[in-house]
Design a protein around this ligand. Structure first.
Ligand SMILES: Cc1cc2nc3c(=O)[nH]c(=O)nc-3n(C[C@H](O)[C@H](O)[C@H](O)COP(=O)(O)OP(=O)(O)OC[C@H]3O[C@@H](n4cnc5c(N)ncnc54)[C@H](O)[C@@H]3O)c2cc1C
Length: 600
């Protein structure tokens, strides 16, 4: 297999990355870390230091004022403009630093969603697709936080099937304004936003277009704040457009290209959910370690018990692995952006196409990041026992707040399907991915890489990574051959294949990180050992996930001789991984318990 530093999206499947070419979080510069620390300190000061009584206000629909007060303070710090270019009043952070910013936001409960929307789906449509005039007109006030913004795609009858929206835009007789009519639902920041990106169909178009709509245009009514399970103080409303007069020049991007635009904005939102998940997991760990170290039962801290250590070790390892994948992709987006700019692509196109390139990885990370964060919330409640179930500690609030991440920015089912659909499209329709190269890599993965007793630094681990990739290709090929176009309808199988794909990408990212650290001068040995243990613990669990997914998929589409062969391959390629999972996770847990939190 060849080595290339800038991977095409999805190409990780059949092109090895050299560790030296992969970005790892340890390489964040002092400046980038300063962004993270500023946001973290802001959250600790403005959100956490107010104590549980006031923190509970972030869990009440009626207390949106508190969120807006924090929003105002964040604006003063310039946090609303992190992703907006400097010439429009923002900080112009690169994409990966933007992800780091999002990781720190995770400490903000409902507020994280408010500012997350402002800096992501609310403002990116204008930043990426706007004309110079539109950017100059709208971005400075969004960057300064003077104007809140929101993203209006979903409708009562158009959720996952977003392109089926009924909101309509018709050009008036004078040809000066579009008249916008329709109803949007679940609109984050809708209650206070002044600027809305609205997706609607012009006349009888089949495809959506997008518009920049100001509240001051009139013809806009807001529904009541939704009563939700979590992120209660984050504004979520329905928005009704009744002959809302939108100037013709407020059409955003090209007519009929709104759906592509909406999806691409969501690619960015998806990987941000993963970054937020990493932040949530690390923060949750800190809280769990603090609590379990102080809570005495049977005469000792409960953190001494193996059952608690197993949970701490699992959460830490998962956070480490997902973090590795998230920032690896973030850096690739930045590289691609620079590469496209250098090749003469426009500022907008460079941003758009750099993001689009990694749609597969963004979808996979969204699913894994959100599910890991939700599991962390559940396990945190368990570690806190009754106090976790009580509203006094904020743990149940964090658990409820986290739950939305599996639903918005495309549900996890939709994202699993999207990852596979995008892979098939690139491999067989647009041929951006070299399927023939992929096929060539499969036999080598089966025959050359099957060396269960080889020794050497991470040799077994990289064999497993290659085998996960190869198994995905084999099963995807076999399922495609058996089911042909019916595979799209056999969603259960697609879900399993997507999980194998995710395990391949995330385990590879974690081990490339560890390998790079090992090759780097000055890496602390104890830290390297713990990071290696975390990657190994994640791989151990990932192999279980992949074995189950592979076997269930095979049982669902295959029979007879083919089934026997495929099952044999699973046994052979995902053979037992000879580490002691109990000891590995205990080592990880003990390291962080001793440090008093997830820190190095
Ligand atoms: C708190 C909150 C904030 C939000 N913020 C915004 C926002 O700011 N802007 C915005 O535009 N939207 C927003 N949304 C909407 C969100 O993106 C949608 O809720 C989401 O896309 C799912 O749509 P839905 O709720 O209509 O569920 P549905 O599409 O009805 O899905 C229900 C279930 O059916 C499954 N399903 C649907 N279609 C398929 C299929 N083809 N195959 C298999 N399974 C399928 C889904 O995976 C899900 O499990 C927000 C939602 C919430 C709850």
């Amino acid at each position: 297999m060849t080595t290339k530093s800038n991977l095409v999206g999805g190409e990780f499947l059949f092109r090895d990355s050299a560790a030296k070419d992969v970005f790892i979080p340890e390489e964040f510069t002092e400046e980038q870390k300063m962004v993270f620390n500023t946001v973290k300190e802001f959250m600790l000061k403005e959100v956490h230091s107010m104590g549980m009584a006031k923190l509970a206000s972030l869990d009440a629909e009626k207390d949106k004022d508190l969120v807006l007060e924090i929003f105002r303070k964040a604006s003063e710090l310039g946090l609303c403009g992190v992703s907006i270019d400097e010439q429009y009043g923002g900080m112009g952070l690169d994409f990966n630093t933007g992800l780091l910013f999002t990781e720190a936001l995770a400490l903000g409960f409902s507020f994280a969603t408010t500012i997350g929307c402002q800096t992501s789906i609310g403002s990116l449509p204008i930043l990426w697709y706007g004309t110079e005039e539109q950017k100059k007109k709208y971005l400075p006030a969004i960057a300064s936080g003077e104007k809140g913004c929101s993203y209006c795609l979903t409708e009562p009858t158009a959720g996952s099937d977003a392109n089926s929206g009924k909101t309509k835009a018709v050009l008036n007789a004078e040809g000066t304004h579009y008249l916008l009519n329709g109803q949007k639902m679940w609109i984050t920041n809708g209650g206070f936003a002044e600027v809305f990106t609205v997706f609607a169909k012009i006349d009888d178009d089949e495809k959506l277009s997008a518009f920049i709509v100001e509240k001051s245009f009139g013809g806009i009514e807001l529904g009541k704040e939704e009563k939700k399970m979590g992120i209660k103080a984050s504004s979520t409303v329905q928005v009704f457009f009744n002959n809302c007069k939108v100037p013709k020049e407020n059409l955003l991007g090209e007519r009929g290209k709104g759906f592509n635009m909406a999806l691409n904005i969501l690619n960015s939102g998806r990987i941000k959910i993963s970054a937020g998940g990493v932040g949530g997991m690390k923060f949750g760990l800190d809280k769990c370690i603090e609590f379990t170290s102080q809570r005495i039962q049977f005469g000792k801290p409960i953190s001494d018990f193996g059952a608690m250590k197993q949970k701490i070790g699992t959460i830490a390892s998962t956070a480490f692995a997902i973090e590795s994948g998230t920032y690896r992709v973030g850096a690739e987006v930045d590289k691609k952006h620079t590469e496209l700019l250098a090749s003469g692509s426009s500022a907008n196109d460079s941003k758009i196409n750099a993001m689009r390139e990694y749609a597969i990885e963004c979808a996979l990370l969204k699913v894994q990041g959100s599910e890991a964060m939700c599991n962390t919330g559940d396990e945190a409640i368990q570690m806190f026992g009754g106090m976790g179930y009580s509203t006094e500690t904020g743990v149940e609030m964090a658990y409820r707040d986290a739950r939305i991440t599996k639903i918005y920015e495309g549900t996890n089912e939709i994202n699993r399907m999207l990852a596979l659909a995008e892979f098939y499209k690139r491999a067989f329709v647009t041929k951006e991915l070299n399927w023939r190269l992929a096929q060539k890599s499969v036999p080598s993965a089966i025959f050359q890489n099957y060396k269960p007793f080889t020794s050497g630094y991470l040799v077994t681990e990289f064999e497993f990574v290659n085998n996960l990739k190869a198994l995905f290709l084999i099963l995807t090929g076999a399922a495609g051959n058996s089911l042909k176009e019916k595979l799209v309808e056999e969603q259960e199988i697609v879900m399993h294949l997507a999980d194998i794909l995710a395990m391949a990408f995330i385990t590879e990212s974690a081990f490339l990180r560890v390998k790079k650290l090992k090759e780097k001068q000055g890496t602390d040995q104890a830290e390297l050992e713990i990071k290696t243990a975390m990657a190994q613990a994640y791989l151990y669990d990932a192999l279980d996930t992949a074995r189950k997914a592979a076997n269930t998929a095979i049982d669902s589409f295959s029979s007879g001789f083919q089934k026997k062969i495929l099952k044999g391959l699973v046994r052979r390629m995902l053979h037992p991984y000879h580490i002691n999972p109990k000891n590995t996770k205990r080592t990880v847990a003990d390291f962080f318990i001793q440090k008093g939190g997830y820190r190095f």
